[in-house]
Design a protein around this ligand. Structure first.
Ligand code: ADP
Ligand code: SF4
Ligand code: MG
Length: 340
């Protein structure tokens, strides 16, 4: 029997050189490059965590992927099709497959609509009859751990965690294949955050979903992501499989973010190295020259002030990429010795 060679499976989402330049505040001021050449793939059923401080361009990236914003340049290929330039009317069928969950559940749900209406709305838009949409809304309530009998209640009758479950149910109504979750637990009490993360992880397995899971904290995405991308001032500075990035961060910014995550073991917490970043992130309206992280980087040298580092494989044989002139890698790479 002959075996056919396996065809490589194209990613579900492929983002290339994505850029968003918002107009400057004043008529003559330079545009704000909120996202500046971001590239990554997400496979079907996979979760990519996207992490970075507030203002680094995470939401703008997410909003361009679901086409709530049209990119200034670059491409977003979803299921083999470039959707970055599609006109609004051509986006409607796409909305079934590509959905978003927002940060603040209460402000993203219409307070004057019942939960039944909120969850069935995406179905009604696509022509599902009202009675059928209501039945589906009841099923979705159950799927996200809510009581279907509460369909005729209003958002204010639910807690923050319950409201986010409603937001998730609405996102799942049309059976999407990719959900962009923009800090879905940041507005919730810490005690509720884990429940929502667990729910989302369970739904991913059950429904075969892919997520772009956005957070400002590496600890939030650790549980759910297969790979993680770290963003700084509109660019990805490190991207790779979860275990590589968490166990052996190669970019000084990733190391600093990880050193801020509390460790459960008090002895390990006392022993570990803390990296304190200097100052706040610079404004994307006036990014520093060279490596944009250099004013805050404890390892910055002369070249860092002049030459922007490219995102590249830090160590042969690894799928992890880093944008740094002096990434933290094993001594072997620095002396050029091949890995086993
Ligand atoms: N509509 C807009 N007009 C102008 N600037 C914007 C707009 N939306 C976001 N920005 C700016 O773009 C940068 C990235 O914002 P955002 O994507 O919301 O970051 P994050 O989600 O990582 O906090 C910030 O400097 C923000 O002020
Ligand atoms: S390129 Fe230089 S300044 Fe930038 S992160 Fe690396 S060591 Fe720091
Ligand atoms: Mg945001």
């Amino acid at each position: 029997m002959t075996t056919q060679p396996l065809q490589p499976v194209p990613p579900l989402l492929s983002v290339r050189d994505l850029t968003m330049a918002f107009p400057g505040r004043r008529s003559r001021s330079a545009p704000v490059r909120a996202v500046d050449g971001v590239s990554f793939d997400i496979a079907a059923g996979e979760t990519l965590g996207l992490v970075g401080e507030s203002g680094c361009g995470k939401s703008t990236t997410g909003r361009m992927i679901v086409r709530l914003l049209a990119p200034t340049s670059g491409s977003v290929v979803f299921d083999g099709r470039d959707i970055s330039r599609l006109p609004q009317r051509a986006l409607k069928p796409l909305r079934r497959e590509l959905q978003m969950v927002f940060q603040d559940p209460h402000s993203s749900l219409n307070p004057r609509q019942t939960v039944a209406r909120i969850i069935s709305d995406p179905l009604l838009v696509h022509g599902t009859p009202v009675a059928q949409a209501r039945r589906r809304a009841a099923e979705l309530m159950e799927l996200v751990g809510l009581i279907p009998e509460h369909l005729d209640r209003y958002p204010h009758e639910f807690s923050g965690g319950q409201a986010q479950r409603i937001g998730i149910a609405r996102a799942l109504a049309t059976g999407p294949r990719l959900v962009v979750a923009d800090e879905p637990v940041s507005a919730l009490d810490v005690s509720v955050q884990a429940q929502i993360v667990n729910l989302m992880e369970g739904l991913r397995k059950e429904l075969g979903l892919a997520y772009l899971f956005i957070a400002h904290d590496l600890s939030v995405v650790k549980r759910v992501c297969d790979r993680v991308a770290v963003m700084y001032l509109g660019r990805i500075v490190e991207i790779g499989p979860k275990d590589r990035v968490y166990e052996e961060p190669a970019h000084p910014y990733t190391r600093a973010l990880l050193s801020a995550v509390p460790l459960p073991d008090p002895a390990a917490e006392r022993a570990r190295e803390r990296i304190t970043l200097l100052g706040d992130p610079p404004s994307p309206a006036a990014p520093p020259p060279g490596c944009t992280f250099h004013p805050r980087c404890p390892k910055a040298r002369e070249i860092c002030r002049k030459e922007p580092p490219l995102l590249r494989i830090a160590r042969a044989g690894e799928a992890r990429e880093v944008a740094c002139h002096f990434p933290e890698t094993e001594p072997e790479t620095e002396t050029g010795t091949a890995m086993d």
